[in-house]
Ligand binder design. Structure first.
Ligand code: KG4
Ligand code: ZN
Length: 340
């Protein structure tokens, strides 16, 4: 019998301090997340300075908890996987430094992982049968990418946002209608009470690219609509605004994704990232994929948000390919997918 491979994973790219232990790339032995959301809510968004300070306070505790919960010690760990980009530089540095320190002290190999590669790999945790190739839509607070997953660790980005990320649009619109941060889950909930056909917001197409996204025009349309109502003294039905805005985002995400899946001739499609928890988005993809006879995959919400288990999964596939990082590994805030 082959020896089990255990990866200790660390993630600190934004406002979550997280550590996990993953066995053989698909089994999560522990997944500890210390969220700073409550702290940043006070300021209406993530404050980078506060995020890095909080990561420093929490990182060792979170790593110890992850090992303890998994029932393993560092001596059993085969590699340490850590997010080294993209993200907030001061936040990334905390995880990278912790991982390098453990690697230096113990001799355990170090593997730098791309944050988006982690989000995509979250799909492998609960869908044991899922293997590349497939198309994956990554939608989070910082990213909106349409990616062809050619093989483990091999990606081609075919579509990206030209301006705001999908999650960013949710957060900005939520703020405009008086919901707090983070806005995505609040719009998701409020939209259930509203009429998605009440207001016709634009579905932006990007000239010269069939897969790129643009959400800033939609965000402006929502703001203009709200201002217009205020000026005319008309009542704003927030739930209708939330539902109509959400539908405009989802229509574009679904259309572009299904177009890509067909064009590339795959029968598998996955979603990932914080916005992938959105209940209407999931329902829309479930329906379209069933119609088009495409197998639809999505992680549970706990693996959609930033977490270290997904980094452990991506790290495992890099590990078995022989990828290793040196102790000169550094945080790369604007790291591109597929680059090392
Ligand atoms: O992946 P994530 O946790 O962090 C980044 O890497 O950005 O994504 C956070 C984003 C936030 O913009 C948040 O509002 C959005 O995901 N989000 C949602 C939902 N849950 C989180 N957006 C829409 N519907 C949701 N249910
Ligand atoms: Zn993320």
């Amino acid at each position: 019998m082959e020896k089990d491979i255990l990866i200790l994973a660390i993630e600190s790219s934004c406002d979550e301090t997280a550590a996990a232990v993953v066995k053989n790339g698909r089994e999560v032995l522990s997944n500890v997340i210390s969220s700073q959301i409550a702290l940043h809510t006070l300021y209406g968004g993530v404050v980078p300075e506060i995020a890095s300070r909080k990561h420093i306070e929490k990182i060792n505790q979170v790593i110890e908890e992850a090992l303890q919960e998994a029932g393993v010690t560092l001596t059993q760990i085969d590699a340490i996987a850590v997010t080294y980009g993209p993200g907030l530089v001061g936040a990334l540095l905390v995880g990278v430094s912790a991982a390098k320190a453990i690697s230096f002290a113990t001799g355990i190999p170090l593997i730098g992982v791309h944050h988006i590669e982690g989000h995509i790999s979250a799909n492998f945790i609960e869908n044991k049968e899922l293997e590349p190739p497939f198309v994956c839509l990554v939608v989070s607070g910082g990213h909106s990418h349409l990616v062809v997953v050619k093989d483990y660790g091999e990606y081609e980005i075919i579509g990206r946002t030209r301006d705001d990320a999908a999650g960013e649009a949710f957060d900005k619109v939520a703020r405009a209608i008086g919901l707090g941060y983070p806005g995505g889950p609040k719009i998701d909930k409020m939209a259930k009470e509203g009429n998605a056909d009440a207001i016709r917001f634009p579905r932006a197409k990007v000239e010269e690219s069939e897969y790129d996204f643009s959400f800033s025009g939609l965000k402006s349309a929502v703001l203009n609509y709200l201002n217009g109502c205020q000026m005319k003294g008309e009542t704003i039905v927030e739930a209708d605004v939330a539902a109509s805005f959400q539908k405009a985002v989802i229509d574009v995400l679904v259309d572009h994704s299904m177009h890509a899946v067909k064009k590339y001739g795959f029968d598998k499609f996955a979603i990932a990232g914080g916005v992938a928890s959105n209940s209407s988005l999931r329902a829309a993809f479930e329906q379209r994929c069933a119609q088009e006879k495409i197998q639809f995959y999505h992680p549970s919400p706990i693996y959609c948000t930033d977490n270290a288990a997904m980094i452990g999964v991506a790290g495992y596939y890099e590990y078995i390919k022989g990828v290793r990082s040196g102790l000169d590994l550094n945080a790369v805030p604007n790291l591109r997918l597929g680059e090392r």
